[in-house]
Design a protein around this ligand. Structure first.
Ligand SMILES: O=C(CO)[C@@H](O)[C@H](O)COP(=O)(O)O
Length: 224
């Protein structure tokens, strides 16, 4: 799949965790290819979600591509656990603390045969990702302050950065996907697409509506 292919990625954070397997199937049944899993440690972000055990649980339920977003400090310390749990892509934050380094962590992910991503907090400029641009498969531009679902899309703070990430990629012959996460609905996803995004993480907009086929159809259509 190239960086021109638009995909809707439901975020499991917004699902009903009392029936995780059914919520995973709910996504699979409407044609989702990539599922997004938000790992939060209560230190890097002001919330705690789940860890590798949930990733492993989801892995047992599906063959969908698992896109794991680590909102944690010391992602390098925990890396092997997420790799073994069945992650297909692991995205780490440039702003996190590392025992080793961002670059070494990205290389370890790729050496394990998986895809590697970098994430940027809304306050972090695109320039912070440039040293890693040749080492990533995906750049995640957070469109809300990481930690919680249901927040409004930060258009002014994040769209120029997204466009800069697209322009840099295209000018340097790179291939990384551009992912947006937070406040993505049918009215905001097209704005992100116009600025270069092809991966759209949808929490509330996917798992909120009772009519999942309709939600998926509308989200897919608005970025087609
Ligand atoms: O990573 C995060 C929040 O930190 C996101 O994945 C949210 O889960 C997106 O939720 P919505 O804004 O789509 O409700």
């Amino acid at each position: 799949m190239t960086h021109d292919t638009p995909l809707i990625l439901p975020s499991l954070l917004a699902a009903d965790w009392s029936k995780v397997a059914a919520e995973v199937k709910r996504a699979e049944e409407v044609g989702v290819q990539w599922l997004h899993l938000d790992v939060m440690d209560g230190a890097f972000v002001d919330n705690i979600s789940f860890g590798p055990q949930m990733v492993q649980t989801v892995r047992k339920c599906t063959d969908m591509y698992l896109d794991v977003h680590l909102m944690i400090h010391r992602p390098d310390h925990f890396l092997e656990r997420f790799l073994h749990a069945g992650a297909d892509n692991i995205t780490i934050h440039v702003e996190a603390r590392y025992d080793t380094s961002v670059i070494e962590t990205l290389r370890r992910i790729r050496a394990a045969g998986k895809h590697a991503g970098i994430a940027l907090h809304p306050d972090t400029p695109f320039e912070a990702a440039i040293p890693y641009a040749h080492e990533i498969d995906l750049l995640l531009v957070m469109t809300v302050v990481p930690g919680f679902g249901g927040q409004p899309f930060m258009e002014k703070q994040t769209m120029p950065k997204l466009a800069a990430a697209r322009d840099y990629r295209d000018a340097h012959g790179l291939k990384y996907h551009l992912e947006v996460d937070g406040g993505i609905y049918t009215n905001t996803a097209p704005i992100a697409k116009a600025n270069g995004a092809n991966l759209f993480v949808c929490g509330t907009s996917f798992y909120g509506p009772a009519d999942t086929p309709q939600a998926m159809a509308e989200l897919t259509a608005c970025v087609a």
